[in-house]
Design a binder for this molecule. Structure first.
Ligand code: GLA
Length: 699
């Protein structure tokens, strides 16, 4: 509901409120958090009582700007004729009955939308600030229109700007590196400006476009936590500016470092930012993101549906395969319960190593003289489907595509492009490039019965001379996704970027699952998955059980633990299952059939993180079905210790009076016992031991 009382705007539903006020033509931020109720007099009194500061520099601005007395990090910076200051004033509002679609992925659905109009009369610029409240959070975005006669260079346009009142705050962000994405870092917010960003053209392994702001004392289960996430797949900027009075400004948006040019009459739309709020700590914030994304981001075709169980060829054969070897690989999967065999890198052009052929999306005839037909046929015989890897945005200098169209790669004129992994990035801001990829990929998908595509993107951008190229490339990626998903609706596209280098909500808008990390070691994965779950639901994380010793770390972990960790997401396999002994094969078949039975709970339930694997010698996650009928718990203990009692875990989110059967022991226990006394975890001996428990409500 949107309430407007004189100069007060109040967006509210049963759980949340967002309030602003117009004062001396400036829109001031008054409140974001738990619902304030809908009584006009009380809401207005609360908003008027909000601390508005005494100067422009301390007033909580709804959209901070530069050069007119607010010295904090601005939400907008644009220059024309050398003038970089702006003075936007409130000029009216609109209420739209439905959240309007625009040119980028955004939350789906959404009703009443408030659009605030702000104008800089002198500079002839108009801002439109969009707000749509959902059950679990708020979608915000910004449009800037150039109504003047001069070109305007926009170097910053935040999707959301939020001024927090004086307080003690902490932040959590997800940073990392290749092989170790989404590692949570918690820090105190100090006075000064801090930026988390990507300038790599992709969202990056280094920083995820996510931020949590915690009120002092908030923890996993309690306290006020504000979450931010940007629905965008390119350069982004998230800033925290702690001011001298204990206030905090957060800006979230794409990064336009060198600026994009806005011609007269043109409008620039920011991507959409998602803001969630929870009083139930970091865990509550995560569940808000999960529920919001399940209902309003993931494509309806995949909502609430189990993702296929994949057997991926990469770590089994890498580039070294031919038809016979692949047929044996497929035969190995027979009878295990695998849904799809995915042929990874190496099937196209003359790709025998990572030094050629990206862009040549036709079958490597030396390796596969009869094409995919025999492989697909064999999959079908075993009741499985077939999937394929592509890296649409890449081109190898040693490829037919590059020889025909060297100008399609992003490059600085007169310089040799920097190669990473022996490849260049194609310029998707050019329509003809995206057209070529659509045609080339469509041909493969039309001529072969393919149900699954893994869309990879394996390098950062270099040699970009115009900021518009970054922005345009991301639009081109969305365009190709739109066209492919429309033309091949039955094909599931898994996102990937050397693992989780582009794990962001815009990719999730199209791809219902993303390869979480190239590090498949179970111990490392506990941490990566723990961090990723801060923002993203389990059913979006693609997790594979791989061979031991692990190819990335050299570590050996029990198959049961690898399966248990991978089960907290979309379970898959990436090892030569045909070469395993009977016992291991039986274990895999058991894992898969058990996962199928548990999938509804795991993939749609409420997640509780019961241990912090960065602080404890334990990883423990519990998922409780939305209807409370069952719960699933995975416990892993990385290092064995002597002379200690069994670890005891207190469950969460159960019904206190409910009666649950612990499937592994057959014993009945009350919800109260499980939550307040906890259960002792029965672990096998040795390092990296794990245990899995199922709880079924019986009353
Ligand atoms: C990336 C992906 C891997 C694999 C290789 C193939 O690194 O993340 O899963 O597909 O590329 O080259």
């Amino acid at each position: 509901m949107i309430q407007i009382f004189k100069d007060v705007f109040h967006l509210t539903n049963k759980t949340l409120s967002y309030a602003m006020r117009v004062q001396e033509k400036k829109v001031l931020h008054a409140y974001w958090g738990s619902a304030l109720g809908t009584r006009e007099d009380l809401v207005c009194a609360a908003v008027y009582a909000a601390d508005c500061g005494t100067s422009r520099d301390s007033a909580p601005q709804e959209f901070g700007e530069r050069g007119r007395g607010d010295f904090r990090d601005p939400a907008i910076v644009c220059t024309a004729e050398g003038i970089a200051t702006t003075e936007f004033e409130y000029a009216g509002y609109e209420i739209l009955q439905k959240k309007p679609a625009f040119s980028m992925p955004a939350l789906r659905g959404g009703g009443e939308t408030l659009v605030l109009l702000l104008k800089d009369a002198r500079r002839k610029l108009t801002l439109r600030l969009h707000y749509t409240l959902f059950e679990w959070g708020l979608a915000r975005r910004t449009e800037l229109t150039n109504e003047g006669e001069e070109e305007v260079r926009v170097t910053k346009l935040a999707s959301a700007c939020l001024d927090f009142p004086r307080g003690a705050y902490e932040s959590i962000h997800l940073s990392g590196r290749w092989g170790a994405e989404c590692i949570p870092t918690r820090s105190r917010v100090l006075q000064g400006l801090r930026e988390l960003s990507s300038r790599r053209g992709i969202t990056s392994h280094q920083h995820n476009p996510f931020l949590a702001v915690l009120e002092a004392g908030a923890g996993e289960d309690s306290g006020a936590v504000y979450g931010f996430n940007l629905i965008y797949s390119g350069n982004f900027s998230v800033t925290m500016d702690g001011d001298e009075r204990g206030g905090l400004r957060v800006n979230v948006g794409c990064a336009l470092t060198d600026g994009v040019l806005l011609s007269p009459g043109e409008t620039l739309s920011s991507p959409e930012a998602v803001c969630v709020f929870s009083r139930e700590g970091v865990g509550g914030m995560s569940r808000a993101f999960h529920n919001l994304y399940r209902k309003h981001l993931i494509h309806p075709r995949f909502q609430g549906r189990m993702r296929p169980i994949v057997l991926n060829s990469w770590e089994s054969v890498y580039f070294d395969f031919d038809e016979e070897k692949l047929l044996r690989f497929i035969d190995g999967a027979k009878g295990l319960g695998i849904d799809i065999v995915v042929l990874d890198d190496g099937w196209f052009g003359r790709r025998d190593l990572d030094d050629s052929s990206l862009g040549d999306w036709f079958i490597h005839k030396d390796k596969l003289p009869h094409g995919f037909a025999p492989l697909i046929e064999r999959c079908k015989q075993h009741g499985m489907k077939f999937g394929l890897w592509f890296e649409p945005e890449a081109v190898s200098p040693n490829s037919e595509l590059y020889r025909a169209h060297p100008d399609w790669a992003i490059a600085t004129a007169g310089r040799t492009g920097i190669q990473m992994r022996n490849q260049l990035v194609l310029d998707f801001s050019k329509r003809e490039v995206v057209d070529y990829l659509f045609d080339a990929m469509s041909k493969v998908l039309k001529e072969n019965d393919i149900s699954y595509v893994k869309w990879d993107m394996n390098r950062a951008f270099t040699d970009v001379v115009r900021e518009e190229t970054y922005f345009g490339h991301v639009q081109g990626v969305y365009d190709l996704y739109e066209r492919l998903t429309a033309a091949f609706p039955h094909v599931l596209i898994e996102g990937c970027s050397s693992g989780g280098g582009r794990f962001d909500p815009a990719i999730l808008y199209y791809s219902p699952m993303i390869w979480t990390s190239d590090d498949t070691d179970a111990f490392e994965r506990m941490r990566v998955q723990y961090g990723t779950s801060l923002c993203y639901p389990l059913e979006t994380m693609s997790n594979h059980v791989s061979a031991c010793p692990n190819h990335q770390t050299g570590r050996t972990t029990p198959l049961a633990t690898r399966g248990a960790v991978a089960s907290l997401g979309c379970l898959g396999y990436e090892l030569n299952v045909g070469a395993l002994g009977e016992e291991e094969r039986a274990e895999i078949a058991r894992q898969i059939s058990r996962y199928r039975a548990d999938a509804a709970c795991i993939l749609t339930g409420e997640l509780y993180r019961l241990c912090d694997p960065f602080r404890e010698n334990a990883f423990c996650e519990e998922v409780v079905a939305q209807d409370g009928a069952c719960a699933y718990l995975v416990y892993c203990r990385p290092l064995a210790q002597v002379n200690l009692p069994a670890p005891r875990v207190k469950l969460k989110g159960l019904n206190r009076e409910g009666v649950y059967r612990i499937e592994e022991t057959g014993r009945l226990a009350s919800g109260a016992e499980l939550m307040y006394m906890g259960i002792a975890i029965d672990l096998p001996a040795g390092d990296f031991a794990s245990a899995v428990y199922h709880f079924t409500r019986t009353d």
